[in-house]
Design a protein. Sequence first.
Length: 136
Amino acid sequence: MNSPLNSPDGEAAFLQTLLSAERAGAKVAGDSLQGPLTEAQRSLLEQVRQGEIESCGHVLNCLRRLQLTPNREIGDFYRKAMAIESVEERLRFVDKGQQWVIRKLREYLPGCGDPVIRDELEQMLLIHERNSHPSA
């Protein structure tokens, strides 16, 4: 089953959106680590930050494979997340972002015909599944 994301234009837009979102997630986690946190919150944010950084690498590999120039944007997610003052509420919002990426990757992957891109994004999916904590 092919998604509109699997057209050449859809794929390019999808990958650029993912890159912006992953940058935003890494920045949210990094900036959130600067505040007062419990050990559990700190551990979760460090795990999420590392996963977002790794995911940026996976998306960059896909863009290089397609000979596309990566954008330099940080997704709107950053502004929205950092507007949430409560760390617990921000973590719940971050988890919704993790779940969004999981849904989008699951929508895209069945129609992905490039084995290299599929492998990169399957690795990214595993990272997000590991970092998603709906009860956070």
